[in-house]
Design a binder for this molecule. Sequence first.
Ligand code: HDL
Ligand code: ZN
Length: 423
Amino acid sequence: MNAPVTEFRRTALTAQIERVVASTPAIDMHTHLYDPTLGGLLLWGIDDMLVYHYLVAEAFRWLDVPAEKFWLMTKLEQAELIWKRLFLDHSPISEACRGVLTTLHRLGLEVKQRDLPAVREWFKQWPVDTYITRCMELANVEAIFMTNSPFDSAERPVWQKGFLRDDRFIAALRVDPLLVDWPNAATRLAGWNYQVGEGLSANTLDEVRRFLADWTRLIEARYLMVSLPPDFAWPANSDAAQLIEGAILPHCREFGLPFALMLGVRRAVNPRLHLAGDALGPSDLSALANLCAAFPENKFLVTVLSRENQHELCVLARKFPNLHVFGCWWFTNVPYLVDEITRLRLELLGTAFTVQHSDARVLDQIIYKWDHTRKVVAHALVDKYADLAATGWEPTAAEIERDVRNLFGGAFTQFCGPAKSAF
Ligand code: HDL
Ligand code: ZN
C-alpha cells in the first residue's frame, strides 16, 4: 500500500505546482475575439462584459421586462439593468458574475465600492492595443485563436480589403453555415462566383474546396471548426455528413490542418434570448468514432458540450491518436465541472489533451476565464502528483513544467503540427 505523502511534502508540492501553473503561458485555442484591426468586432470593457450573453440569460431569471423590451434598450441601459439585478439585488456568485469581478479585481479596481460609473470612467483611459497587452499579461495568454467566418458580413470585407495582422491573433476558419444550412450557403457561394449547385455533385464539392482553399489562404487559418447538434451522424445522407467527407476533410488533408468539432449544441431553443438562447444535448459520439476510424490521416480537435459525453470522449481519445480533446466548453466551463472533467482526462489521457480554451467573447474575460481555470487545474494536479510521489516517483520541477506546458497548449501545438506548403 503506498504511504500518502507527508503534509510537509504536500504543502511544498502545492506551492510548486501553483507557481508553475500560474507562470506557464497558455495558448487560447478558441475564442470569439478579434485582431484589433478587424475594427469594432473586438469587444472589451465593463459594459460589454455585463451584456455578455451568459449574464443576459441569468438576468432574465430576475427581469420583469419582456425580452423584446430588453433588446430595444441601449447597451448601457442593458448593462445597468444586469448590474442591478445580478450584482446589487442578488450576490454575484454565479461563474459568469464572479468572472466580471475577478477581472476587475485583477485589473486593480476596488469592486467593493460597487461603483459602476467609476469603473466605466476607469476604462476610458485605455488605448485598445495597450489594453490587449495588459489583458494578455494578466491572463498569461501568449496567443489567441479567433473564430473567423467568411459568412459574417461585418468580418468578410475587412479580410478582403486586407490589413496588417497582429500576430498575437491567429485565424481559425469557422464553417457552420456551410454544414448546418447548406441551401443558403450554396446561394451565397454562387453569389461569390463559386460554381455550386444545391445538389452535392462532385463539381459542387470541388467548388466548395476551392472556397475553403481561398479563405484558408486569405486568413492563414490554422484549423477549420464547426459546432454541430446532438443528432449529428456520420456516415449519413445529410448535407453536413457529405460536405465533411467530400470537401472539408480532403481540404484539411491537402493543407495539413486539423478539423475542430464542437458537438452537442442545440441552437435557439429560446430564440427570444438571441445568443443567450442556445442549449445543449448529449451527442451520439459514434459519429466521431466513425470519422476518426474512416479518416486516419485527418486530425480531429474535439470538445463536447454535454457533461454526459465527457467520459466517452476520453475513451475515444484513447482509441484514436488522430483525436485531440480540448477545453471545457461553454456550459461545462464552471469550476465544478472543470474539476471533474480535468481529473477524468488526467486519469484517462495523462497530459495528452488541452485543459482549456476561454471561448471569450469580450477581451477582458480571458483574465477571469484563465484565472479560474488555473486554480482548478492546479488543485487537480497537486492530487495527481501527490499520488505519484506516494509511489516513490518524485516528479522533478522540469517534468512538472513540461507537463503543464503540454496541458496549456503544448500538446495542441504538437498535435496540429506544421501546416503543409499548400498555403
Ligand atoms: O459555437 C461556439 O463557438 C460557442 O462557443 C458559442 O459561440 C457560444 O455562444 C459561446 O460563446 N459559448 O461560450
Ligand atoms: Zn465558441
